[in-house]
Design a protein around this ligand. Structure first.
Ligand SMILES: [Zn+2]
Length: 514
């Protein structure tokens, strides 16, 4: 067998993914995700959109300074100030890229940019030249490429490569393309762009018709050398191509596609859990590769087959993507070392300090609950990461509720200076607790979604509350955990309050992007 062609994996979880409603991450969370992407061995991390806000700029800069083994990219529109900010933000990266985009389809030219074709080409070429002053590694995206006239696309792609673009990304910005058609477009560009060999052709597909991964694979088959994707398929609207699906399709069907990636697939599951945890955007149960049911065999005939020989119904092994084998259960007598081993088996690497904090919480949990499962440990790690940015901490919560009682909550919260206690009544104990928290913190949130689930089996299972709230036109997601569901609800609400108070982009809405 000949060596398969390497396809570059460009992860945009921190840019396109972070842009999806309610999925904003703070600086610490972004760094944690970036480190995970580095251990996953993605080729390029798109760290953010530096012009969007000072917070975005700082995050891209911090990631550029931290990550050594991946290229770090910053996004910019074809505007001088944008390119300048992106170039400055990635300046300290070991490997840096500036990614410039400009819309090219007729509908975007006419209604969004109000510019003629010649002007679009001129702006694009100028911004690629400007980006070249910061790094040799420049990517250009003609936004809404899949709805752009093919001959115009050939013209602009040729021009930006001539100007020095080393990667040209073809986005299906609105998720409109069909696989065969999108493959033909890539083939067309490879045949008609005279200098196409001087750049890598990339694709960036959205999932509005559920075809993002299929379109990306069709493009790879047609010669695309880079796929842009996100963990769990996070992203604008219906999301982007899911990294885990693209990577596992390429790996599992190497016989057909004759391509491979540099990804360490055993880090896929931990990466998926981490991103779900920090964004509060849970993975659907039947999601390909990383959903809870992805490797669950329910039908008797399937179970029988799998027990006799795994491959009868399984095309991948759970261990390929890093799902820990064996459900080792920890308890109150488990020591720090046992916890450390389990944390590592789950794919997390914590500093000694972080492990100490998680161990403290683990002991407290083991006192309340007999058996501590993997899901509990993952949740403790997620909480530990969020806890550093706590503006307000929950010190005490007491509620009174019943069928004939007025629900009352007494809450004690503290910040770095002092602690405050207040009480409130409400329509049930959760409502009362939320009211008391709002009164103390002065942050009033509109609750738009509330979900409760048991993290594991068992009567003493931890309840996980995931909420979505709205504050000044922006949405935030948060989750809280406790063996007591009222406390879990209060914790989720407090995390949301803290997110509002520490939002990286200070409530500004971001410019729209591809
Ligand atoms: Zn996008």
């Amino acid at each position: 067998m000949s060596e398969p062609t390497r396809v570059l994996i460009f992860d945009t979880t921190l840019r396109d993914g972070e842009q999806s409603p309610g999925c904003s991450m703070n600086l610490k969370e972004k760094l944690e995700v970036a480190r995970m992407l580095e251990s996953l061995r993605v080729d390029i991390i798109e760290a953010g959109f530096p012009i969007a806000s000072p917070g975005d700029f700082e995050a891209v800069q911090a990631i550029a300074e931290t990550i050594r083994n991946c290229t770090v990219a910053g996004l910019a529109r074809s505007i001088e100030k944008d390119v300048e900010r992106a170039g400055e933000a990635v300046a300290k990266a070991e490997h840096k890229r500036v990614h410039v985009f400009c819309a090219t389809s007729e509908i975007h030219r006419t209604y969004k940019l109000k510019r003629a074709k010649e002007e679009i080409v001129r702006m694009s070429v100028e911004s690629v030249r400007q980006a070249k002053q910061y790094t040799d590694d420049v990517e250009f995206s003609p936004e809404d490429a899949s709805r752009t006239e093919w001959d115009f696309l050939v013209e602009i792609v040729t021009a930006v490569i001539e100007a020095g673009a080393t990667t040209v990304n073809i986005p299906d910005t609105v998720g409109y393309a069909m696989p065969a058609e999108f493959g033909d477009l890539i083939r067309h560009l490879r045949a008609k762009v005279p200098n196409v060999d001087k750049a890598v052709i990339s694709v960036h597909c959205h999932n509005d018709l559920g075809l993002a991964v299929a379109n990306s694979l069709a493009a790879v088959r047609a010669g695309a050398g880079q796929v842009e994707c996100t963990i769990n398929g996070l992203g604008e609207r219906a999301g982007n191509a899911a990294l885990e699906e693209v990577v596992m399709a390429l790996k599992t069907r190497r016989d057909f596609l004759d391509t491979d990636t540099n990804i360490d697939t055993t880090k896929i599951y931990p990466a998926s859990r981490l991103v779900a945890g920090v964004t509060g955007s849970q993975v659907q149960r039947n999601k390909a590769i990383v959903g809870d049911n992805a490797f669950a065999h329910e039908a008797g005939v399937h179970q029988d087959g799998v027990l006799k020989r795994r491959e009868t119904y399984e095309i991948m092994k759970p261990s390929d993507i890093g799902i820990p084998s064996g459900r080792l259960v920890l308890g109150k007598h488990s020591g720090r070392h046992a916890l450390k081993e389990r944390v590592e088996a789950l794919g997390f690497s914590l500093s000694n300090e972080q492990l100490d904090e998680v161990f403290e919480k683990f002991k407290a949990l083991a006192d309340r609950k007999k058996e501590v499962f993997d899901a509990d440990i993952e949740a403790l790690i997620d909480q530990q990461m969020a806890s550093v940015t706590e503006v307000w901490r929950l010190d005490a919560l007491q509620t009174i509720a019943g069928s004939n009682a007025v629900a009352t909550a007494t809450v004690t919260l503290s910040n770095d200076e002092q602690s405050f206690t207040d009480a409130a009544t409400g329509d049930g104990p959760i409502d009362a607790a939320y009211e008391a928290i709002s009164r103390i913190t002065g942050v009033r949130l509109a609750l738009t979604d509330f979900a409760l689930r048991a993290l594991t089996g068992g009567k003493d299972a931890q309840g996980e509350v995931t909420i979505e709230v709205e504050h000044e036109g922006r949405r935030y997601r948060a989750r809280g955990l406790s063996t007591d569901i009222v406390e879990a609800s209060a914790r989720a609400y407090l995390v949301a309050v803290n997110r509002v108070l520490t939002a990286t982009n200070g409530g500004q809405s971001k410019p729209t992007t591809s």
